[in-house]
Design a protein around this ligand. Structure first.
Ligand SMILES: CC(=O)SCCNC(=O)CCNC(=O)[C@H](O)C(C)(C)COP(=O)(O)OP(=O)(O)OC[C@H]1O[C@@H](n2cnc3c(N)ncnc32)[C@H](O)[C@@H]1OP(=O)(O)O
Length: 253
């Protein structure tokens, strides 16, 4: 376990260095200076997050949801998220959860993996990949049903409905269809888990996200006043749309 965490931290440092190089590369191009690095138009691939993605997942999350924080708070937030992701929390038997990442892949798909298939660290696959990819977008999908409105008492959770959360795309990679790709993959995953529909909450003031989900076929569902759902603790005063979409196996697979 500690060996794995050590490896993850090493990968994190690796990823930070490569992202600095990427930023330098971008800055060179932006200033029309001599382009020392070949310009790449990498393909986007959506896959399950792996341990080596952990720092970039935390960074994508914090830069998207807390864009106005500066040093040192921004670093503390990232470290906190990084540790939370790595330590994870257990998923009850029968429930599923995965973090999907959209990565720019400059190396093709012939990657070399180290680690066994079923090895998990936190929310991540415990496999290391020796290729160089960078995370452009993230999404979590689960069947925990923690945030789904209940018909009866709070402990009586709904079943057969997958739940999407933490959708975020790095600022520089927005409006390229990455969120749409992530949602399509989440829907396919939910179907493979046997779910008949998929749901999410979206801040009513988040026009971009609301348009995204409506464009992908989600409908705003009126939650009956007497139905019970646990309001996320981090945002007690926010108003949310509860949005749902029926999954169609012919379309989604
Ligand atoms: C369940 C949840 O997690 S809700 C939280 C959503 N996340 C956030 O708000 C974090 C900050 N925002 C982001 O990370 C991004 O802006 C996202 C996730 C909302 C959108 O990601 P993107 O990859 O840019 O979206 P994508 O390119 O797939 O756009 C799909 C559609 O969404 C809508 N959309 C996306 N961004 C915008 C925008 N800024 N303004 C208006 N509509 C937008 C459009 O309809 C767009 O389709 P179009 O480009 O054909 O017009």
């Amino acid at each position: 376990m500690f060996g794995a965490i050590f490896c993850a931290i090493k990968f994190m440092m690796d990823v930070m260095v490569s992202s600095w190089i990427r930023e330098l590369n971008g800055a060179c191009r932006a200033s029309q200076a001599v382009d020392l690095f070949p310009s790449i138009c990498p393909e986007i691939i959506v896959r399950d997050a792996r341990v080596e993605d952990c720092w970039e997942v935390a960074d994508t999350h914090c830069s998207s949801f807390f864009p106005n924080y500066t040093f040192p708070i921004d670093l503390v937030l990232r470290i906190d998220r990084f540790i939370a992701l790595l330590s994870g929390f257990s998923v009850p038997p029968g429930s599923r959860r995965t973090c999907l990442v959209a990565v720019t892949d400059a190396s093709g798909t012939d990657n070399l993996y180290i680690g066994s298939k079923d090895f998990k660290i936190g929310i991540f696959d415990g496999k290391f990949n020796l290729s160089r990819e960078s995370v452009a977008g993230i999404l979590t999908v689960d069947t925990l049903a923690d945030y789904l409105p209940r018909k009866g008492p709070l402990r009586q959770k709904r079943t057969g409905i997958a739940y999407i959360s933490n959708v975020a795309v790095r600022n520089a990679d927005r409006r390229k269809g990455i969120a749409k790709l992530l949602i399509a993959k989440a829907e396919a995953r939910a179907l493979s888990w046997g779910c008949r529909s998929i749901a999410l909450h979206c801040d009513v003031n988040n026009a971009a996200a609301t348009r995204l989900y409506k464009g992908q076929g989600f409908k705003v569902i009126k939650v009956p006043d007497n139905s019970r759902w646990p309001q996320p603790k981090i945002a007690p005063n926010l108003q949310f749309y509860f949005m749902m979409k029926l999954l169609n196996s012919k379309v989604n697979i």
